[in-house]
Each structure stands twice: as structure tokens, then as C-alpha cells.
Design a binder for this molecule. Structure first.
Ligand code: NDP
Length: 294
């Protein structure tokens, strides 16, 4: 298996696909593109990408085909009508979806004679190709090894293993931290703003509060491997703290949905610990090991 060095087809030219084309072209890679809405291909002409007239032509143009689509459903919409062009191709799907969708897609591509790799891009479109950008990959090791060089301009590579679903598992796990974290920050901004304070003045304190998170993650990971953080004094303090956040958001007139959801976990861990006489952590609740009494 020898994908032609320095030649890639990119299908899907949203902000992410366009950024990938830019980065590949900057490294001298020959790039062929196709997008459902043809006008988006105009945006990457300036980078020197070749525009394919049809999906079939885009597949025929090279051996490594990068997909950057909204989700995996879009992959079937694009490839199903042209499956006879898949044999010998390596489909590298860098779209977001669930691990299970990824595994099903891998089997589907292989059943049509193609090879398959999945990836999760850990950068926003502006950061593609930067030193901080990286991509989780998973799938057959030989397929990854054959494509690694030509995909390198897209970002640092974190190959996670043969199970094609793992890249999306890690990607979605990071997103599971990022999405509530972003909402939590906006909740804090709303509390400050609603209270007549300056959110700009608050910003450096918010940033400072992130400084110690790497150590907190390490400590929580160590505790989670033996059931989680569950000493009663800790649970009492956290449940009380979460209650104070509910009171403060309520008083400020800020939406309290998030604050109540957070409080629920700490309060349930404390209640279950007191009810059963056995320590129960929020990690056990989230993992589904302990179902709180209703
Ligand atoms: P967009 O939703 O902007 O673009 C998606 C692309 O998918 C477009 O080219 C669109 O075509 C195409 N598409 C969607 N549905 C279909 C369909 N049914 N048939 C054919 N083509 C379809 O997404 P982004 O470019 O922002 O992101 C692409 C992927 O990368 C997503 O999975 C996203 O989660 C992931 N990602 C994005 C990041 C970002 O910063 N943007 C960061 C990290 C990951 P058309 O132009 O015709 O609508």
C-alpha cells in the first residue's frame, strides 16, 4: 500500500475543510477538492487546489481521500452513489460523530473495497497546522502508517489504536469537558454582568483559576481509578459550594439550569453516602455505578 506521497483529495469545504486545504497546499501537497455546494470550492482556488467536477472524479484523483463533513451521515450521502470508485482508496474521515458510527462506517468502506481511518481534529479551523493542533487517529496500523506522511501538514498525530472508534471516543471525551466548561464560563460571566460588574475585570481571575487544572485532573484521575473523590468532608464542602452557586445565580437573575444540574451531583453523592454509610463519589454517579435512590 503506497499512497502517492504529496497528493490528497479533500471532500467537504466548510471552515475546517478549507483550513485543511490551506495547510496541505502550504506544504506543497497536490490537493483535489469537491464540495456539495460548488461555490465553496472557489474559496480554495486561491490556494491552488484542483477542483473536481464530480465526487467520482475527486475519488479517482488520488489514493488518500480526506472527508471533512458535518457528520458521518453526510459521508454516506456523498459516497453511496459512487461506491464503485472506492476500491484501492483510503478514506480518512475527520468528521465528528459517535465511536459506533465510526465503526459502522469503517466496516461499510471496507465492504466496498476501500481502507478506512478515523480522526478527530483537536483544533479550531484557524489553528489547523499550528504547533498546538493535533489529530486523534484510529484504525488499522498499516493504513495509518501508509498515510501518516501525507497527513502530517494537518497537525501533530496521536495514533490511538486499531479500534477505529477510539479516535472519536477521545475526541468526544475532550468535547464533553469543553462544552460544559464553556457554558460554565458563560454562566460566570452572566453572574458578573448581571450583578453590574465588569466581565473584563473578571477575565484574569477566570484565567488564573484554570492554572491549577492540570494538577487537579491528575489528582482526580488517580482517585477515579479507585472509585473517585468521596471522603465525606469533601462531599459536604462541594455540595454546600454548589448550593451557594445556585443561590448566587438565582439572586443575580441568571438562568439556573446549569447550576442546579451541578448541585444535583454533589448533593446526590452526599445523600447516598449518608444514606448507605458507604462513600459514594460523583465519579461513581456519572459512571453509572451507583443509582441514587429516588
Ligand atoms: P460545516 O458544517 O461548516 O461543513 C461541513 C461540510 O459538510 C460542508 O462542506 C457541507 O457541504 C458538507 N455536508 C454536510 N452535510 C452534507 C451532506 N448531507 N452531503 C454532502 N455534504 C454535506 O463543518 P466544519 O467545516 O466546521 O467542520 C467539519 C467537521 O470538522 C465537523 O464534523 C466538525 O465537527 C469538525 N470540526 C470542526 C471544527 C471547526 O473549528 N470548524 C473543529 C474541530 C472539528 P455544503 O457546503 O454543501 O453545506
Amino acid at each position: 500500500m503506497t499512497p502517492s506521497a504529496g497528493s490528497v483529495t479533500v471532500i467537504g469545504l466548510g471552515p475546517m475543510g478549507q483550513a485543511m486545504v490551506r495547510s496541505l497546499r502550504a506544504s506543497g501537497t497536490k490537493v483535489t477538492v469537491w464540495n456539495r455546494s460548488p461555490e465553496k470550492a472557489d474559496a480554495v482556488w486561491e490556494f491552488g487546489a484542483v477542483r473536481a467536477g464530480t465526487v467520482a472524479q475527486a475519488l479517482d484523483a488520488g489514493e488518500v481521500i480526506v472527508l471533512s463533513l458535518t457528520d458521518y451521515r453526510a459521508m454516506y450521502d456523498v459516497l453511496e452513489p459512487v461506491v464503485e470508485h472506492l476500491p484501492g482508496k483510503t478514506i480518512v474521515n475527520l468528521s465528528s460523530d459517535s465511536p459506533e458510527s465510526t465503526r459502522t462506517a469503517g466496516a461499510w468502506i471496507r465492504a466496498h473495497g476501500g481502507r478506512f481511518l478515523a480522526g478527530g481534529v483537536m483544533a479550531d479551523s484557524n489553528g489547523v497546522g499550528d504547533s498546538a493542533a493535533y489529530i486523534f487517529y484510529s484504525g488499522p496500523r498499516d493504513v495509518f502508517a501508509a498515510c501518516a506522511e501525507v497527513l502530517r501538514p494537518l497537525g501533530r498525530q496521536e495514533y490511538l489504536g486499531e479500534d477505529v472508534g477510539i479516535a472519536q471516543l477521545y475526541y468526544q471525551a475532550v468535547l464533553a469537558m469543553f462544552l460544559p466548561g464553556l457554558l460554565a464560563f458563560e454562566q460566570a460571566l452572566a453572574m458578573i454582568d448581571r450583578s453590574g460588574e465588569s466581565i473584563e475585570q473578571f477575565l484574569p481571575y477566570a484565567q488564573r483559576s484554570m492554572g491549577g487544572m492540570a494538577d487537579v485532573y491528575a489528582a482526580v484521575t488517580a482517585m477515579s481509578s479507585s472509585g473517585g473523590w468521596r471522603d465525606i468532608a469533601h462531599l459536604r464542602m462541594m455540595a454546600a459550594g454548589a448550593q451557594h452557586v445556585v443561590q448566587t445565580t438565582t439572586a443575580a437573575g441568571v438562568d439556573t439550569t446549569l447550576a442546579y444540574a451541578v448541585r444535583t451531583y454533589w448533593q446526590q453523592a452526599l445523600t447516598e453516602t449518608e444514606r448507605t454509610g458507604l462513600p459514594v463519589s460523583t465519579f461513581q454517579l456519572l459512571r453509572g455505578d451507583v443509582k441514587p435512590a429516588t
